[in-house]
Write a protein that binds this ligand. Sequence first.
Ligand SMILES: Cc1ncc(COP(=O)(O)O)c(C=O)c1O
Length: 359
Amino acid sequence: MARVYNFSAGPSALPESVLKIAQQEMLEYGDSGMSVMEMSHRSKVYESIINACEEKLRKVMNIPDNYKVLFLQGGASSQFAMIPLNLLNKTNKADIVLTGVWAKKAYKEASKYGEMNVIASSEDKTFSYIPELDESKFNKDADYFYICSNNTIYGTRFKNFPETGNVPLIADMSSEILSRKIDVSKFGVIFAGAQKNMGPAGLTVCIIREDLIGNAMDITPTMFDYKTHSENGSMFNTPPTYAIYICKLMLDWLDEMGGIDAMEKINEEKAATLYNFLDNSKMFSATVEGDSRSIMNIPFVTGNEELDKKFIAEATKAGFVNLKGHRSVGGMRASIYNAMPLEGVKKLVEFMAEFEKNN
Ligand SMILES: Cc1ncc(COP(=O)(O)O)c(C=O)c1O
């Protein structure tokens, strides 16, 4: 068996120790006589898994008691509709910052249900930076203020979050949740597709302030109403049971690593290792500058498409896979989520230095 260094943007690498536990427990979880996949979601044993998952998430993210944790399906993309359907309930207006494809998709979807005001956009430079926000443009009566906190495709992130006062701040944290310390109480809703830092695809985690639940539009489908899931402990219907189980293992692993504080330090070091190399290389360069730089997704280029292709091919051969940039921007991108060890980034940098010398 030869496991590669997997720089995929998502679904992404999982820690080997988590996969090994899942392997050990594949045929029989505890003394239940069956795999987690085969269990009724209403069984006592499964109840203990989902409860432990929520408890661990609350612990590692320090989630206040007045927030609900919901385990949903439909991907982060379903939240693009759930957010407006549930939260556009006073003035029917919301503010949004356009920082990439995912924010634009959220904007387009929400615009079906209400008036979305674009506070700022970085589309003029292919979303390669986080725009300055002019607080005087924020609408004080908006039902919410929406951001995509880490932009997977372009490798940008909000270093600091907008101060929106009484207007609930909503964040798509799909590609950075659990990677750095976040003050949950500053947000109305945080949501994330699990397939980057939380486990396998199929699970969407939603952390929502309780007072924002229960005022969905009349047209809201039952499955899209947060109240449905909140009132039923994410068990209105069959939840993604196995994905929740892996998410619990991921959270146990994170906790054992020292929690988010420790993980953030490792992530900063990983990102600095790659950015330092890129900033000093004569061949490779980062496409994002300064405070806009993500510590999870790092795009880079050689400036020559043929050379990019050659690099990706040789890197793949050497066991550094999924380094091709998103089809909309080209070049390369290294996604270095929590499960990517520092060693993996150091080895990648060594490989890049060698490639530079030979080409
Ligand atoms: C920031 C962000 N938001 C939303 C999505 C869409 O997630 P899903 O495929 O779970 O709908 C992605 C997918 O990569 C993403 O990176």
